[in-house]
Write a protein that binds this ligand. Structure first.
Ligand code: C2E
Ligand code: CA
Ligand code: CA
Length: 764
């Protein structure tokens, strides 16, 4: 209600001052006319001039509207003509009784009436057309059907009940006039009714005013008929006023008709289909009632005709909605089976493709190709998720355009794509897999950078008739993981791998169980002090060999533990187990320090410092002998909880080592913020030390930095004597790697330490 009145006031403001003035003035003069009406029943000269003058005043806003713009020029022009004709008629036919019955003889009068009616109807039609042109077809049909149904009801009321005497008018007029008057009335009714139904659909502000005008005129006309029939001028002034009121409403409409009604407001969504459906049902009911009544009362065929027309239009509308519904449900289905980011099929669509393939009885050949991008996390982490998304979209586009073997290409989520080729042969599958791998390698441009991506691709060929797509995906997944493990690009599934490299799903369940029953092992890898050539410590590395599968690398199972929220119990287990082992060696071996790897989750999900203090307290292991390894990327992440945890650890005497140093980019500033004790140069650099100048530069810089900040520098991943010597010459403090020893179980470690005696052992 409030919003409505606000809107109304807004519209009033829009009607310009001149328009409001002319309409107000016209109203004043009309009052005069009412006063004059008391003098006599006949339209006197003065009345005629006043009447014509009022009509001219009322046409001012229409003229102004016509000048203002092109939109609906035809409609407003027609209204102006109607006004001109009305004013002229008012002036000419002075001897008639007040109120000028426009349809009474003489013929000239009748002709004027017909012309005015035609102009009026054409005006409203032009107006309705411009309003309706902003609507969708179905909303247009709704408006027309509603208009017809309401018209049928209204005309039935006019002709039968409300104004019974009108039928008398019809019988007393000659045939031609009967027809004209009936049609004019019905036309006006149709217009008024259609306008009423259009109001909420078009939200065209002009419509209610014009509808109102049509209603007022139709009432005036009926009154005029009554006067004519009874040869009285009973309703005289009211009839004059009905014309004036109608034109005043028209003028008002013209003055607020500044812009085109916005299509945006009238879009399909704005009129909820539920509301529309209810309206259609109501119109249909109304039309049916009127049809029955018309038949019952033997009304002029026009009433029943209108009602029948409404029913017909509604039937058409019903058929249309059925079609629209089908189209929409198809569209929804397509949406539900599309990956929103790339527009490729999604997992659901891929699964459906199998049903389709199985249905045509061609299973037995075909297979699945699974594609997983390498290091995609790095793209997201370094360039942001938006860039990551752009990369995925580009790749999707490239894959779709680059593979023409029939099949379904889908994005399964993240950086994982799959292609299901229900009819391809083993050879075709191989070709497509390599093609995909090659397509991913093509340079990808994002934010002005050129990225060189790669993918690991797994292929599973259907070997058994009726092998399900799920099974194929599982196998392709295993193959893909093997490809990832040895960076071989494309790998085919083979049965042997299945046992040693089970799918992630199986591993997921098993690894959580292993954490719970503490069956994950810990190996120790010695660290050598270069200056004294003696073993000074070791790093604890988790080991897991689920029964029947062989060893699974920690790079694979640690993320699974992390994902299942089991990081804290896992780290506690490694911590306790490794402290136990180191303590069991005794002091004689000189294995002084123990390094344990810790993840960000340890700090975020739990209170790691507190856990550590508890474990150290219980075991009696001195904090100064323990080193906690935190990757450079954790440091770079700038997590407040991690920062506070590290500070707290250091205060208690625990050493902090920055692991994988050189790979985490922006963490240098963190070295200033946090005081750490050790830098551990990533094996990616040490391994290429002798062959790659840039790797050498990074190693040199790290050593330099460590020196300057008084940190110990460890080089890990040292596999050969040459690299060992090179690092020794560069003044690295500590060295760890296969060249000294592999990570090993405690018994082996004991033997190793006993026999080491300061000499480097050959790799074993
Ligand atoms: P990391 O902390 O960088 O551990 C060093 C990795 O390098 C170990 O791999 C080790 O076996 C390997 N390595 C040692 N010397 C050489 C060498 O000379 N050449 C080569 N090529 N590699 C060498 P591993 O045991 O497979 O562990 C991989 C990663 O898994 C570790 O990298 C660490 O990030 C994670 N990890 C292992 N155990 C744990 C653990 O108990 N807790 C946590 N949070 N992470 C762990
Ligand atoms: Ca480490
Ligand atoms: Ca490392």
């Amino acid at each position: 209600m409030v919003t409505r009145s606000v809107a109304f006031v807004g519209r009033l403001r829009r009607a310009s001052l001149t328009d409001s003035r002319s309409i107000l003035l016209a109203m004043l003069v009309s009052l005069l006319l009412i006063g004059a009406g008391r003098h006599g029943e006949v339209f006197e000269v003065s009345d005629r001039v006043i009447f014509a003058g009022v009509i001219v005043l009322l046409s001012v806003p229409v003229v102004r509207r016509l000048r203002a713009g092109e939109f609906r020029r035809l409609a407003w022009g027609l209204l102006l003509v109607a006004e001109g004709l009305t004013a002229t008629a008012g002036l000419l036919f002075g001897s008639l009784p007040r109120g000028v019955n426009p349809f009474a003889p003489p013929t000239a009068n009748l002709e004027f009436a017909v012309m005015i009616s035609v102009c009026g109807v054409a005006f409203v039609l032009a107006l309705a057309y411009s309003s309706l042109s902003t609507l969708t077809l179905s909303l247009k049909i709704d408006a027309v059907a509603g208009g017809l149904a309401l018209s049928a009801a209204l005309s039935w009321l006019y002709l039968n009940r409300v104004l019974g005497q009108v039928s008398e008018v019809f019988t007393r007029l000659n045939h031609r006039e009967h027809w004209v008057i009936g049609m004019a009335l019905v036309a006006i009714i149709v217009i008024a009714a259609t306008a009423t139904t259009m109001v909420d659909v078009t939200r065209d502000h002009v419509v209610p005013y014009v509808g109102g005008a049509a209603l007022v005129i139709s009432v005036g006309m009926v009154l005029a008929q009554r006067d004519a029939v009874h040869d009285t001028a009973h309703w005289g002034v009211l009839i004059d006023l009905s014309w004036i009121a109608a034109y005043a409403l028209g003028g008002w409409a013209a003055s607020i008709d500044v812009d085109r009604p916005t299509t945006r407001n009238v879009s399909h969504e704005s009129v909820s289909s539920y509301v529309q459906a209810r309206k259609i049902a109501a119109f249909g009911l109304l039309a049916m009632i009127v049809t029955s009544l018309a038949a019952l009362f033997r009304d002029p065929p026009v009433v029943g005709g209108l009602a029948l027309a409404a029913i017909l239009v509604l039937l058409v509308r019903l058929l249309m909605s059925l079609r629209i519904e089908r189209v929409q449900s198809d569209a929804f289905k397509a949406l539900a089976e599309t990956d929103a980011l790339t527009g490729l099929a999604n997992r659901r669509a891929l699964a459906r493709a199998e049903d389709d393939g199985a249905a045509d009885g061609t299973s037995g050949v075909g297979g699945v190709i699974l594609v997983d991008l390498d290091n995609f996390k790095e793209v997201n982490d370094s360039l942001g998720h938006r860039a990551g998304d752009l990369v995925l979209v580009q790749l999707a586009h490239r894959l779709r355009g680059g593979v023409d073997t029939p099949g379904v290409l889908a994005r399964l989520g993240g950086d994982e794509f799959a292609m299901y080729l229900p009819h391809a042969s083993r050879e075709e599958l191989t070709v497509v897999a390599h093609r995909i791998e090659g397509l991913v390698r093509e340079p990808t441009e994002v934010d002005g950078l050129s990225l060189q991506l790669s993918a690991s691709v797994g292929v599973a060929v259907r070997v058994v008739d009726g092998e399900s797509q799920d099974e194929l995906i599982r196998k392709a997944d295993i193959a893909m993981y093997r490809a990832k493990g040895d960076r071989s690009g494309v790998r085919h599934y083979d049965f042997e791998h299945d046992r040693s490299d089970p799918s992630r799903l199986v591993l997921f369940g098993r690894v959580s169980q292993a954490v719970r029953d503490q069956s994950i092992g810990v190996h120790l890898q010695p660290v050598v002090h270069v200056g004294t050539s003696s073993i000074v410590g070791c790093e604890a590395l988790a080991r897991w060999s689920p029964e029947g599968y062989g060893p699974i690398p920690p790079d694979r199972f640690v993320p699974m533990i992390e994902l299942q929220g089991l990081m804290v119990p896992f780290t506690e287990h490694v911590l306790r187990r490794s402290i136990d082992q180191v303590q069991s060696l005794g002091d004689a071996h000189g294995l002084h320090r123990l390094s344990v790897n810790v993840s960000e989750r340890d700090f975020v999900n739990g209170d790691f410092p507190q856990l550590l203090h508890r474990v150290l307290g219980e075991s009696g292991f001195p904090p100064t002998r323990l080193t906690i390894e935190i990757t450079e990327s954790i440091l770079a992440n700038d997590n407040e909880k991690v920062g506070r945890g590290i500070e707290s650890l250091r205060r208690s005497g625990v050493r902090i080592s920055v692991d994988d140093f050189g790979t985490g980019f922006s963490a240098l500033s963190k070295l200033v913020d946090f005081s750490v004790d050790e830098l551990k140069i990533d094996k990616a650099f040490t391994r290429r030390l002798l062959t790659n100048d840039k790797a050498l530069a990074v190693v040199k810089a790290a050593i330099e930095l460590g020196r300057a900040m008084s940190l110990d520098v460890v080089a890990e991943g040292v596999e050969t004597a040459e690299i060992y010597d090179a690092l020794a010459n560069l003044n690295v403090d500590l060295i760890q790697g296969y060249h000294i020893a592999r990570p090993m179980p405690i018994e082996e470690c004991r033997g190793f330490l006993a026999s080491y005696g300061g000499n480097r052992l050959p790799p074993g």
